[in-house]
Design a protein around this ligand. Structure first.
Ligand SMILES: C[S@@+](CC[C@H](N)C(=O)[O-])C[C@H]1O[C@@H](n2cnc3c(N)ncnc32)[C@H](O)[C@@H]1O
Length: 195
C-alpha cells in the first residue's frame, strides 16, 4: 500500500518538516532515530540542522525518495528498509527518537515501544505526534482504525520509562501534503527517558 502511494512523483507529505517537530528541535539530542520516516521530509530537515539521522520505514519507494531529497538538499541521512514489527534498534544508542504520523497497530507498538525506550540513552528524548482517536470522524488524514489512533493515556502508558515533558491533545490545522490537510485532532508528546 505505501509503495503504491509513494509511487507518485510528488512528495505526498510534502518536503517541509512536520511543524511540531520543527518547533521543538532544540530539545533533541544526537543521533536521532526516525520511525516510519517515509519520504524523508523530517530526516532531511534534521540533517540540515546538523543532526545525524537514521530513518527506518517499510517502504523502499519512500526511502528512495528520502535519499533523493537528501541529495537535492546536500545533506546525508541513513535509511533502512525494515518492518517496524520486526525492527531491532541498537540498545542505548540514540539521543532521540521521533515518531511523526507513524500509526501502528497496538500489537506492533507493544513490541516496538519497549525497544524504543531501550534504544535511547539515559535522558534521551522521544518526540511523537499522531492523530488522536477523535480524528476517526474526520476526513483530513490518519487511519480509520481506533487501535492505530492515539490518546494521551495510551502514549503515557506505552512509554512507562519516560517522563513526559509535554503531553497534549489539540486540534490544529495540518497542511502536510495531500493526505494530511485540514483541521485535525492530534496527540503531541515529548518525554525524557528516566536516567
Ligand atoms: C503517514 S506516513 C508518515 C511518514 C513520515 N513519518 C512523515 O511524517 O512524512 C506513515 C509511514 O509509516 C510507514 N509504516 C507503516 N507501517 C509500517 C511498518 N509496520 N513498518 C515500517 N514502516 C511502516 C509507511 O511506510 C509510511 O511511510
Amino acid at each position: 500500500m505505501w509503495n503504491q502511494r509513494y509511487a507518485d512523483n510528488n512528495y505526498i507529505y510534502g518536503t517541509e518538516p512536520n511543524s511540531f517537530l520543527a518547533e521543538h528541535t532544540d530539545i533533541l539530542l544526537n543521533p536521532v532515530l526516525s520511525l516510519a520516516e517515509g519520504e524523508g521530509r523530517n530526516a532531511v530537515f534534521l540533517a540540515s540542522l546538523g543532526f545525524s539521522v537514521h530513518g527506518v520505514d517499510g517502504s523502499e519507494v519512500g526511502l528512495t525518495k528520502a535519499q533523493r531529497l537528501a541529495h537535492s538538499k546536500g545533506v546525508e541521512i541513513q535509511t533502512e528498509v525494515a518492518d517496524l514489527g520486526l525492527f531491532e534498534p541498537l540498545a542505548n544508542h540514540y539521543g532521540s527518537v521521533i515518531s511523526i504520523s507513524a500509526h501502528l497497530p497496538s500489537v506492533i507498538r507493544n513490541r516496538l515501544y519497549p525497544l524504543v525506550e531501550q534504544c535511547l540513552k539515559p535522558n534521551g528524548i522521544i518526540l511523537l505526534e499522531a492523530y488522536s482517536e477523535n480524528q476517526i470522524t474526520r476526513d483530513t488524514g490518519g487511519p480509520k482504525d481506533l487501535d492505530m489512533l492515539m490518546i494521551c493515556a495510551k502514549v503515557e502508558q506505552e512509554f512507562p520509562n519516560c517522563e513526559p515533558i509535554l503531553m497534549r491533545e489539540l486540534e490544529r490545522e495540518v497542511c502536510e501534503g495531500k493526505y494530511h490537510t485540514g483541521m485535525a485532532s492530534v496527540i503531541q508528546f515529548i518525554a525524557k527517558k528516566k536516567a
